[in-house]
Design a protein around this ligand. Structure first.
Ligand SMILES: Nc1ncnc2c1ncn2[C@@H]1O[C@H](COP(=O)(O)OP(=O)(O)OP(=O)(O)O)[C@@H](O)[C@H]1O
Ligand SMILES: [Mg+2]
Length: 399
């Protein structure tokens, strides 16, 4: 984390030390504590004091009474909206609801582990940065909302989840905590398995949120991966998946795109109602195909169907998986049949299933392997900055 200006509003001196420990040596910002113990001033007076030196993040708590914390949050939202407010308090659905209404951006449990503390602060600071840019009218080069990158394939088992998880982790090497991976395979979603996650919440919880889905509420349903990717995992059972409507799925993806720079959407095979609905808001469509005649034919039919539905607005990429299979087809045959040029050809590699078993996609576990190099090539199509050797090595050695 760099150049953070955090104001910690709490009577709890020990928590300041706790945060400094969590941030570690890399923290080169400013962390000040404001003792809210002797609460005598009104929220207006406190906010007035802040305008002298405006922090990026105000973290309220622990040990601040919830009503007090929320009235300060409301005042900050009203008078200094460029500040992101974080509440340090034991989260509960009821607290989340109240916090949302008060303009709080995130809720952090006081006893959260270091990785969660850093991830939450990174996210909240990023929101503050974007807000400030919007308020002063400086575009951040992304336009409204992040890119929505959806991966489709007509056939099951073609490598959609492999590609989605590698793309997400590869992008997070360049832009940590700005990537969310959404599992929209609502029957047999396997993002959680591919990344070895144990989600507390899934897309079903997100769909159950009443009314218009708020970005901040959605974030409480995400599961972090050590590579700084966030995931909205798929349902536990196909029956649960039926609770999620196509409209809800699309709204969830759109809302996440307001909060993250990249939303990677993994889908079930074929063009389900949900996939079609999400394609309407997708900016980049990755078509994935295996090196065999039935797969190539099915993909051609899928493209025709999209054409007939008028869904041609997304940027398209063609990825061939297991491209080195000796099955009598070569890439030129595939290009001719599909009518697109191949953007990336992934070879078969034992490292792919092995890395999945470890929950560490091959771009981070085996960054030098031929398959990972091809995947990084795809990442670089999307990333604003190329993936450096240092980033690849760092990831490789972290796991
Ligand atoms: N290039 C590759 N080399 C070797 N194995 C691969 C490769 N790509 C994918 N696999 C393996 O193939 C299997 C299917 O891949 P994956 O789960 O990504 O496909 P999928 O399209 O998401 O499947 P589903 O339709 O069931 O969701 C996995 O075991 C994966 O490890
Ligand atoms: Mg899959």
């Amino acid at each position: 984390m760099t150049e953070l200006r955090i104001l910690l509003a709490t009577p709890h001196a020990g928590y300041e030390q706790r945060l400094r420990r969590a941030f570690g040596d890399t923290f080169n910002g400013e962390l000040r504590r404001w003792d809210l113990g002797g609460w005598v001033e009104t929220p207006q007076e406190l906010v007035r004091q802040l305008t002298v030196s405006v922090p990026d993040v105000v973290a309220i708590g622990p040990d601040v009474e919830v009503d007090t914390a929320l009235s300060l949050a409301r005042q900050l939202e009203q008078d200094l909206p460029e500040i992101s407010v974080l509440l340090v308090s034991e989260p509960s659905p009821e607290l989340w609801q109240r916090a949302l209404r008060a303009g709080v951006r995130d809720v952090l449990a006081p006893d959260a582990v270091d990785a969660d503390v850093c991830a939450v602060f990174d996210r909240v600071l990023e929101i503050a940065r974007r807000r400030r840019q919007n308020l002063v009218g400086e575009p951040d080069g992304q336009g409204p909302g992040g890119r929505i990158i959806t991966i489709v394939s007509p056939k099951g088992g073609s490598g959609k989840t492999t590609l989605a998880s590698n793309l997400a982790v590869g992008l997070a090497m360049v832009e940590p905590n700005r990537v969310v991976l959404v599992d929209l395979d609502l029957q047999f979603g396997d993002v959680a398995t591919a990344l070895r996650l144990t989600p507390q919440h899934t897309v079903v919880d997100a769909a159950r949120l009443p009314g218009h889905v708020e970005g901040m509420a959605l974030k409480s349903f995400l599961t972090p991966h050590p590579s700084n990717v966030w995931s909205l995992c798929g349902p536990e059972t196909p029956a649960e998946g039926e609770e999620v409507s196509a409209e809800q799925a699309t709204q969830i993806v759109q809302t996440l795109a307001d909060e993250f720079r990249y939303v990677i959407v993994d889908t079930g095979s074929g063009l389900s109602e949900h996939t079609l609905s999400v394609l309407e808001t997708t900016t980049d469509l990755i078509l994935l195909c295996a090196m065999d005649v039935p797969s190539v034919r099915s993909l051609r039919k899928e493209l025709d169907a999209l054409e007939q539905l008028g869904m041609t607005q997304q940027r398209r990429y063609l990825v061939i998986n297991r491209a080195d299979s000796k099955v009598g087809l070569d890439l030129r045959d595939v290009e001719a049949s599909i009518g697109m040029s191949v953007d990336v050809a992934l070879p078969s590699s034992r490292s792919v299933p092995l890395s999945m078993n470890q929950g560490s996609p091959v771009v981070e576990s085996e960054p030098r392997s031929p398959v990972a190099r091809q995947l990084v090539g795809l990442v670089e199509r999307f990333a604003q900055h190329p993936v450096t050797d240092g980033q690849r090595r760092r990831r490789g050695s972290q796991r």
